[in-house]
Write a protein that binds this ligand. Structure first.
Ligand SMILES: [Fe+2]
Length: 438
């Protein structure tokens, strides 16, 4: 009981930190900014604020608080995202038309939910309720990252193309030079069982705060042949060389679906790049801090690539993308440090001149070559929450490591992100890999 009490106390502090963090992100935004839904993948920030509260109300307060009175009877269906077991919901593309309820009412909804969770944690909650609060906080972190990427896209599509915030003073790594790319060789597994490694996690059910999503479980064995991994992420300058050598016009470099996609979409560069005759490089890049000429950020990791572009670049480089297991095997040996949301950079930064693997966490999500499937023995969470991850296990590719808009405490070596291979509004880039030892 003492342990449960201390878990509830530390969760209470974490709950406040995470919820306040979401509102801090919203501070530079106007109510009108929070209404924009500028692409099919995105949602308005106002919707994110409501939906994350909906999650706590639906899966914690309504189930674990006796006599809980929902804030508004319609919110249960209005702010449901994709949970069929919870019931019907508006089409995603209509979220920008939610001028009502107004922002004030959404903020009042957040306060109502905050008070309910605080009361629950202060008065005592059972283990399952505590686990749901932890899940709700991880969910809120995911939506905070989505809100950041959605705001970037919204501002890019606005004719004025405003900056979310000015470039932070002294925080810029512009014009820093990335260290030369090294090939780090790995021979996985013990001498008695070469190549056999353990991947994923089997959480201790008693360790409520040691969170992992169901799709990271269970821990299981995988075979990895010797491989090499690039010491750092691929830079904008390296990607520009691919473009300058006709990368987008050479069908032999592309997967069939990728070739069709770049022709249909008329892609000739990553998302947020535009031709700029005033720039020495001929290109500028849109960031959360406004436009930057490419030459200013050419040594920073390239981002906003689809899987298809990452894969074509790797083929042009005479390399390949790592599997998610190769990536995890290396990342698991490192501390979780990097350029995350909290740094305020809100853009990938140049690798520092250190030896060994760099930028494994933060900066950009790294496309892997692995399809998103369940691990052997995978079981989705019971009930409606089983829809959180499991039902998306088709036609998606795994990304690893988090980005410059991922909250630091949200990421870990076993974390599996997933998107359709043509997706590029997230901060997504790549790291090269090769077979063998040399
Ligand atoms: Fe959600």
């Amino acid at each position: 009981m003492l342990t449960q009490h201390s878990t509830a106390t530390s969760l209470l502090a974490r709950f406040r930190t995470v919820r306040e963090g979401t509102m801090r992100f919203c501070a530079p935004l106007t109510p009108e900014d929070m209404m924009v839904q500028s692409c099919a993948e995105a949602s308005p920030v106002k919707w994110h604020l409501a939906h994350t509260s909906w999650f706590f109300e639906t899966f914690v307060l309504s189930e674990f608080t006796a006599g809980y009175k929902p804030f508004h009877a319609d919110f249960r269906w209005l702010f449901n995202s994709y949970y069929n077991a919870v019931g019907d919901r508006p089409e995603k593309k209509l979220r920008a038309s939610f001028s009502r309820p107004g922002l004030d009412e959404i903020l009042a909804f957040r306060k109502h939910v905050d008070a309910g969770i605080v009361r629950l944690l202060e008065q005592g909650a059972d283990d399952e309720a505590l686990r749901r609060v932890v899940l709700g906080l991880e969910h809120e972190h995911q939506h905070l990252e989505l809100a950041a990427t959605d705001v970037k896209h919204a501002f890019f599509t606005n004719p004025l193309q405003p900056a979310y915030t000015p470039q932070p003073e002294g925080a810029s790594q512009e014009e820093a030079i990335a260290p030369p790319l090294e090939w780090l060789a790995f021979t996985p597994g013990p001498a008695t069982q070469p190549g056999v490694v353990e991947i994923g996690v089997s959480p201790d059910p008693a360790a409520i705060e040691a969170f992992a999503f169901d799709n990271e479980t269970p821990r299981h064995r995988v075979y990895l042949a010797p491989f090499r991994l690039a010491s750092r992420l691929t830079t904008c300058a390296e990607y520009l060389a691919f473009m300058d050598e006709g990368g987008y016009t050479r069908p032999e470099l592309w997967l069939s679906e990728g070739w069709d996609t770049i022709r249909d979409q008329e892609w000739q560069a990553p998302l947020y790049w535009r031709r700029d005759t005033a720039a020495k490089s001929g290109w500028s890049i849109f960031t959360m801090h406004g436009w930057r000429t490419l030459e200013k950020v050419s040594e920073t990791p390239v981002c906003h690539l689809s899987f298809f572009e990452a894969d074509a670049f790797a083929r042009w480089s005479g390399a390949r993308l790592p599997t998610e297991f190769e990536w995890e095997f290396v990342a698991a040996q490192q501390p979780v440090r990097g350029n995350f949301l909290e740094s305020g950079a809100l853009h990938p930064t140049t690798a520092s001149a250190k030896s060994g693997s760099q930028q494994m966490f933060g900066d950009v999500w790294e496309w892997t070559s692995s399809p998103y499937t369940g691990y052997p023995g995978y079981k989705p969470l019971p009930g409606a929450l089983g829809e959180y991850n499991g039902k998306f296990m088709s036609s998606q590719i795994i990304l690893r490591g988090g980005s410059c808009v991922t909250p630091q405490t949200h990421i870990r070596a076993t974390y599996r992100n997933f998107f359709h291979p043509a997706t590029r509004w997230q901060f997504s880039g790549l790291r090269l890999a090769r077979d063998g030892q040399s």
